[in-house]
Ligand binder design. Structure first.
Ligand code: PAF
Length: 286
């Protein structure tokens, strides 16, 4: 039976959201940091389709920023976000203050082992610990049956799944495909920080990844990695921070294509005058 949409509720206090959710089963949840774009909207629409109640949080979580400038400059677009949530099937929007989420400092230190010791985990110390802190707090409040995450943040999904396993949450983590601009550039809140010209040029990232899949079978893993890095770095406004080709389950780098049956290439590139950090990934073997 189609869901009856009775209008979205907006909550800023944990106690009020908990009271609204009390007794509800079949709650789906999309955690976000706002500045919503079509990538988020695909998660929200899917959550609304698959659950009786769709909850979306908008909270720029300070504990996951290892760079305070990045936290300060993170785009905040509350009014536009609320309008998009209203028109995309969200039943309850949760916009807490920092004090509401962290009434006391969260001093928990998670140990995620090898999956956190590579890629983003190495370049952004403390980032995944902060993600685990906030997502676990939000799961405690919302108690969702399903939670939706975008595959652009490939390593984040592995971390969240491990956090769910360690803390014993009864929630299904639902990974959702990357949404792209027509040019192929992965949608991201950070794209708004690029100029129009930089945004156009940044399409090179996905174009290169996709091309590399076509000839992967004729090259070694090391050759593909080098080709991707060199091709992107040949553009003067771009600098690859890392390109890792990993086992999609363990996130550890592979040396030979036969080392894993699920193989993913994960990239981070600094782009443009403001050196905006863009991430993307592509599957070589699924
Ligand atoms: O992916 C994000 O936007 C954030 O890391 C998340 C999951 C909302 C936690 O703050």
């Amino acid at each position: 039976m189609p869901k009856l949409f009775v209008g979205m509720k907006v909550f800023r206090k944990t106690a009020d959201l908990k009271a609204y959710l009390k007794g509800r089963k079949n709650v789906g949840f999309v955690p976000t940091m706002g500045a919503l774009h079509e990538g988020h909207l695909s998660l929200i629409k899917r959550c609304a389709d698959e659950n009786e109640t769709c909850v979306v949080s908008v909270f720029v979580n300070p504990t996951q920023f290892n760079d305070k400038n990045d936290l300060k400059n993170y785009p905040r677009t509350e009014e536009a976000d609320l309008a998009l949530l209203r028109s995309n099937g969200c039943d309850a929007a949760f916009l807490p203050s920092v004090d509401e989420i962290y009434p006391e400092e969260d001093t928990r230190v998670f140990n995620f082992g090898a999956i956190a010791d590579v890629m983003e985990g190495v370049r952004r110390p403390g980032h995944f610990n902060g993600v685990a802190q906030v997502v676990s707090r939000l799961f405690d409040i919302v108690k969702p049956e399903r939670a939706y995450f975008g595959e652009k943040d490939f390593q984040q999904i592995a971390i969240v799944k491990e956090m769910v396993r360690q803390l014993g949450f009864a929630v299904e983590i639902v990974p959702c495909p990357i949404v792209r601009e027509e040019s192929g550039l992965a949608k991201s809140s950070r794209n708004t920080l690029l100029s129009a010209d930089e945004k156009e040029k940044a399409a090179l990232i996905y174009r290169t990844l996709r091309e590399s899949v076509n000839f992967a079978s004729e090259m070694t893993v090391a050759q593909v990695k080098k080709w991707v890095v060199d091709t992107i770095n040949a553009n003067p406004i771009m600098e690859v921070e890392y390109y890792e080709i990993v086992d999609g389950r363990t996130l550890q780098s592979i040396e030979k294509w036969s080392d894993a049956d699920y193989v993913v290439g994960c990239i981070t590139v600094y782009c443009g005058e403001k050196r905006i950090r863009l991430i993307d990934n592509i599957a070589y073997k699924i």
